[in-house]
Ligand binder design. Structure first.
Ligand code: BES
Ligand code: ZN
Ligand code: ZN
Length: 481
């Protein structure tokens, strides 16, 4: 499906169907008010009404906000896709809503059919935006074109991440992630370095190796680099790439194991982000590191009671092999900081079920030491249409991961605040000079869904991609001043 701009007012554009968003107030003054009201349409939030003989699809929104329009656009596209329309047209509403509508269209029309033997054929090929707002006032074509180009890149990167996450653990092994990274590097002028187990041993990444030891699919460390000529800043992104999390010897219960192919979502997100960064040609150097590992059981599995030595020399008492993501991240964070001296380091991980308990299934947990920096992420996520919430550190929680045997324990001694104690564990692997420049994102809830919400259908959501690109675009703008 192709989203494009037609340099004409809406009425002059040829398309099979027109999409309109109506608030109750707009409905009252609509020329088809009588017909729509008769059909039971009240412009309630998420209410859709198709007048096929008029080639019109109307969607209710309480107010014309980005959040409402993005979600309504996604529902409208899904509805249009159920019929045999080939093209739809609509107004960008206002320049500042255009991005939300484009993203709603591209994210809402996403389908993952790799495992369907006979996927349903979709006839809808084009979403055409006019250049007039709803009052008929002509908008600036150059501005609209630039918004369209950027939003397309961001939305397609999100769908790219969804595709990766949705692949089965059989198809998307650590080596599968590495091959994907290599082909991304070839098509996008990125540099790609892959470490296999020998490389990990040389780098003394004992924690990551231990997590992957019982799997027939050996771990891979992926490093993708985007290096523009005169970068204004250097950013490191680290992603948890557990291609499957069975829990290891602390085996998950059957019901909680299902969906654990999504435990690679953080790693997939950083690959999608760097893809978009290179397409947007940002003047920011970006490094994406992925710890791609499978957490399995077997005679050589790592065990509760083991003590692991991480890359930075710290020792870790393992009391639960299902708290494996933090072990992998400990090493990858250590490696990333040693290799790249960055201005900021951000990590993305489906790290804890506790994050979902704390914030619900839609919201990404934001943790770190720098209040201003965390706040900048809340602003970016809100603009981008993702939900974020800050989970605060405190010194009492820090004590809960003390170990009597080693430097730190991989699980907390108390059952509450698990998202924060996990982040405080990671803090042990952040160098002193990076403490204020680090943010950890727990995307355990936001990265995957089994029931559609907002612009997300069943499966991976691409959490982290839109908000990070928003944050980076802002950084790029600040650098220009
Ligand atoms: N990958 C899981 C976290 C997770 C749970 C992500 C549910 C998405 C949905 C992680 O590796 C894990 O198992 N964490 C444990 C930690 C516990 C053993 C301290 C958890 O959350 O139960
Ligand atoms: Zn786990
Ligand atoms: Zn995990």
């Amino acid at each position: 499906m192709y989203v494009k701009l037609d340099n004409q007012p809406l009425t002059l554009i040829n398309a099979d169907l027109t999409i309109e968003f109506l608030t109750p107030t707009l409905l009252k003054v609509h020329e088809l008010n009588g017909l729509l009201t008769q059909a039971g349409f009240k412009a309630e939030e998420e209410q859709l009404c198709a007048l096929h003989e008029r080639r019109l699809l109307v969607c209710g929104v309480s107010e014309l906000t980005d959040e409402n329009l993005r979600s309504a656009m996604s529902s409208a596209i899904k509805t249009a896709m159920n019929y045999s329309y080939r093209s739809v047209k609509l107004s960008p509403y206002a320049q500042h809503h255009f991005k939300a509508l484009i993203e709603g269209a591209i994210l809402g029309s996403y389908q993952f059919n790799s495992y369907k033997s006979a996927p349903k054929e979709i006839t809808l090929k084009e979403v055409i935006f006019s250049i007039d707002d709803i009052d008929g006032v002509s908008l600036n074509v150059d501005d609209l074109t630039s918004i369209l180009e950027k939003s397309r890149i961001v939305a397609h990167a999100t769908n790219f991440v969804r595709d990766l996450v949705n692949h089965t653990p059989y198809d998307m092994t650590p080596q599968g992630m590495a091959v994907t990274a290599e082909s991304l590097a070839n098509s996008h002028d990125l540099k790609c370095t892959i470490l296999d187990v020998n490389g990990l041993e040389e780098e003394k990444m004992n924690a990551m190796i231990s997590v992957g030891r019982a799997s027939i699919n050996p771990p891979r460390l992926i490093h993708l680099a985007y290096k523009p000529k005169n970068p204004k800043k250097v950013i490191t992104l680290v992603g948890k790439g557990l291609t499957y999390d069975s829990g290891g010897l602390s085996l998950k219960a059957a019901a909680s194991m299902v969906t654990m192919k999504m435990d690679k979502a953080g790693g997939c997100a950083v690959m999608g982000i760097i893809k978009a960064v290179s397409e947007l040609k940002l003047d920011i150097e970006v490094h994406a590191f992925v710890g791609a590992v499978e957490n399995m059981i077997g005679g050589n599995a790592y065990k509760p009671d083991d003590v692991l030595v991480a890359k930075n020399g710290k020792t870790i008492e393992v009391r639960n092999t299902d708290a494996e993501g933090r072990l992998v991240l400990a090493d990858v964070l250590g490696y990333a900081q040693e290799k790249i001296k960055a201005d900021y380091i951000f990590d993305y991980a489906t790290l804890t079920g506790a994050c979902m308990v704390a914030l619900g299934p839609y919201t990404t947990g934001v943790m770190g030491h720098n209040e201003e920096l965390k706040q900048s992420w809340l602003t970016a996520s809100e603009k981008a249409g993702e939900y974020c919430g800050i989970l605060p550190f405190n010194r009492h929680l820090k004590k809960l991961i003390k170990s009597d045997l080693a430097d730190v324990c991989n699980v907390s001694s108390k059952p509450y605040g698990g998202a924060i104690t996990a982040a405080l564990f990671l803090d042990n692997f952040i160098d002193d000079n990076m403490k204020e420049k680090w943010v950890h994102f727990d995307i355990a809830g936001s990265a995957y869904t089994e029931s559609a919400w907002d612009v997300n259908g069943y499966g991976g959501t691409g959490a982290g991609v839109r908000m990070t690109l928003e944050w980076l675009l802002k950084l790029q703008k600040q650098g220009n001043n």
